[in-house]
Design a protein around this ligand. Structure first.
Ligand code: NAP
Length: 458
């Protein structure tokens, strides 16, 4: 897709960008490769200084960074500011911890010889990233890899070009040499050729299953390590002994934040029947109070979707659900106003025969299921192609932990929706992908765990 900024609040085009030619891409890979040869030799202090500076610049220019996010993909301005803070925290986290994470691991072989595993850089990592968190998605791959001595080349989503450029400029302003972080304005159809360049040593994707399958396939053919952070349809299980006020408050946040466009959003509410009617009523009331409007206006509580396309897609999926027997308890269609808006919606009566049953609703739509008991809740939660995050609400923590252990996902949060923090591993199983980002695990994905063995005894 062509790179352009279209404000989803007005659906007006603001700015367009030219994609790189094949020769320009090659020149950028040459530059990244030359940079890698030097960057891999730098010490941790040098890399740490760049991360720290990037964190400081982001915090000092929060308003500028945040307003670009809101302009390009419609995130509420206060949430965009939150994203800038989180991004800066991730820079800091790897600046402070990478050296310890990457320290050699001493082994104790049976033969009494000395052996250890060191964690070396591997080269250029190609990253394909989505628009829903335009900086946070980038720092997850940039801070880890740059601290590990790799360099990164990033194809950002075509609807957030100004955020993509702002992040590249941030890295340069923070003191990263040219080629350490490269923004690539390329069409996704050219990604395969880049993957096959012998200097690309790893590939990281965050995005849809479709993009993941396509890129993972090419990476496989080229025998390159890949990580896949893909879609999700997280269960939000509410047991009969849950605090319903908290479940409602967190449920609304978990589903509606970022206008429902989070991979780990609470997409399927699975509620035990003895409390289902009460919770449904509470959720309906809360959703009816959301105020759609300009995401730059701090009184707005429901922003537009990221694009007109995205709004059309979620409205069509909702219409399909209704056509096949689902009931919209609240919302269900696009509101009568300009911009990429969709009503906050709750769908009940979704049967397994409904074609939307296994689909990911990437927008402000709750799928609400009522189940007889805990066992049925676990079975329904696991009846999904996805396996990203999930939630269990119960005042009995031991019980909630037992339920959490039976959910087939990469993350389960108890008494709050799945969320992210620099020091918590993030990723999924099944069609939600493989590999982890953030925490120590994230920095280990693209390093050479190299064994050094010393024959001499002593
Ligand atoms: P998308 O269409 O897959 O786009 C993501 C990125 O992949 C964009 O840069 C896009 O470029 C590129 N892309 C698309 N098709 C491609 C292909 N065939 N080859 C190479 N690159 C390709 O995803 P989206 O709809 O924008 O984002 C939402 C999805 O991402 C949801 O499924 C969400 O759950 C998932 N997600 C997952 C995580 C996680 O950590 N697990 C985090 C956030 C989002 P263009 O923009 O140029 O099309």
């Amino acid at each position: 897709m062509a790179y352009k900024t279209v404000n989803p609040f007005t659906n007006k085009e603001v700015k367009s960008f030219t994609s790189l030619t094949e020769q320009e891409v090659t020149a950028k890979i040459d530059q990244a490769d030359a940079c890698y040869k030097e960057w891999r030799k730098t010490d941790f202090a040098t890399r740490r200084a760049v991360m720290k500076k990037a964190a400081t610049i982001m915090r000092e220019n929060k308003a500028k960074f945040a307003s670009l996010v809101t302009l390009e993909m419609g995130k509420l301005i206060s949430d965009a500011e939150g994203e800038v803070d989180l991004t800066a925290d991730i820079f800091d986290y790897y600046a402070d911890n990478a050296e310890e994470f990457l320290a050699p691991e001493i082994l104790k072989p049976k033969d009494g010889r000395k052996a250890y595993v060191e964690h070396d850089s591997i080269g250029i990592i190609l990253c394909v990233e989505p628009w829903n968190f335009p900086y946070y998605q980038l720092v997850r791959v940039a801070a880890t890899n740059l601290m590990a001595g790799n360099v990164v080349m990033v194809k950002h989503a075509s609807i957030v070009p100004q955020c993509a450029e702002a992040f590249e400029q941030l890295m340069l302003d923070a003191g990263a040499p040219k080629g350490a972080y490269t923004n690539l304005f390329v069409d996704s159809k050219h990604i395969a050729a880049i993957i096959h360049d012998r200097r690309i040593r790893g590939v990281a994707v965050t995005g849809s299953e479709k993009a993941g399958a396509s890129v993972a396939g090419e990476a496989g053919k080229a025998l390159k390590k890949s990580t896949m952070e893909l879609g999700g349809s997280d269960a939000f299980i509410v047991l009969e002994d849950a605090d319903l006020d908290k479940a409602c408050k967190w449920g609304i946040w978990g589903r509606m934040n970022n206008t429902g466009q989070c991979c780990v959003a609470a997409k399927r509410f699975i509620v035990v029947e003895s409390v289902a009617d009460k919770l449904l009523k509470q959720l309906t009331e809360c959703l009816s109070n959301l105020k759609a409007g300009d995401p730059m206006d701090r009184s707005t509580t429901l922003g537009p979707l990221s694009s007109e396309e995205a709004a059309k897609e979620i409205a069509e999926l909702t219409a399909t659900a209704i056509k096949h027997g689902a009931k919209a308890v609240v919302g269900g269609k696009r509101p009568d106003m300009p911009g990429a808006f969709m009503e906050a919606t709750i769908l009940t009566n979704i049967t397994k025969e409904n074609p939307v049953f296994y689909r990911e609703f990437f927008g402000p739509v709750i799928m609400f299921f009522t189940v007889p008991d805990e066992k049925a809740a676990i079975a329904l939660a696991n009846d999904s192609e996805f396996g990203l995050g999930g939630t269990v609400f119960s005042n009995n923590i031991e019980r909630a932990q037992k339920v959490a252990s039976q959910i087939d996902t990469g993350m389960v949060f108890i008494n709050r929706p799945t969320w992210t923090s620099p020091d918590l591993p993030f990723g999924g199983v099944k069609h939600s992908g493989y590999g982890r980002e953030l925490s120590k695990e994230g920095i280990m994905e693209f390093v050479n765990r190299k064994l050094i063995y010393i024959e001499n005894k002593g």
